[in-house]
Design a binder for this molecule. Sequence first.
Ligand code: ASP
Ligand code: MG
Length: 327
Amino acid sequence: MLFNQIHKEAAVEKYIPKSVENLNEAEIERKRKHILLMTQVLYFLTNEFLSRKFQWLLPVIFSKSTDPLWPDPGASIEKRIETDVYETQVRTTLSMIVHKMVACSLFAERLFVISPNFRVERRERASTGWHAYEFNQLDFEMRDATSRDVMRTVEEVLTGLAKYVGDKCEYLIDSEVYDALKDVRGPFEIRDRDFLVSEYGDNWEEVLPKEIKRPVWVVNIPREFYDFEDFETGRWDNYDLYVPKYGEILSGARREFEYEKIVAKMERDGIRKENYSVLLKLSRDGKLKRSSGAGIGIERLVTWISGAHHVCETQLFPRVPGIVYEL
Ligand code: ASP
Ligand code: MG
């Protein structure tokens, strides 16, 4: 009752999740439901990846090298957090992509890590309902896999997850979403970004979620050096997954591994090569392996499944762009 009531009120105005100490009784109840659902989602996902023989790695927070998040048409970072550790300049993790590629090449053919990503989004993004300045990603990587292998893995995992939460967590989910989840079944439709731009214009990212009833892959997205680009055709072998009503919940790609190509892309994009010397040395020595992978935004995934109004509702301690609470 209370759950639905808040739901309706929230639909009317742009809902900005409050800090824990300011929640009323109904909001506390709603938060409890999100926590229960988050627990079930993490339980399912970690079991699923473990049963597929992935190694579970722990995250790092500070490094000299992290995801440049550039060039990326979707990124809107206000500030990159830099600090000193032992008089050495480090950045907080923007994503574990570089560590993931190194670990997958040297240690673990299949791996995943649930890592906090710090992306200080521009404050206007507070009310998109889809951005948080700190979130967690289930980042995974598969050696020798193609992008099709990753897409199939994601389709299987999400089909299983939709069924699992449908069976176990009906009382935690908005009823409309509950019906839609029954329809989640791979393979998901694939759309080319060029086609979406010509069809819907530059704001296709806002239009697409309103048009679709099931998750949809978007492929061929120009962005960071680590995603595979075919220099002859100009096509990118990468993919994002979009879910109805909300938007993107996952990004991934087949990776670049050839030294000359990586260097050429870094120079073209103005990326500081000295921040990626480990990756570059591995590729120069032929030790960077072919792989593909992806990162799933956990809070976004739970937002979609729960029918929440704002991604930060799924966080016990909300990280709303532009708003810093005490906890
Ligand atoms: N972790 C990557 C990112 O945040 C996703 C991936 O390409 O695996 O962009
Ligand atoms: Mg990326």
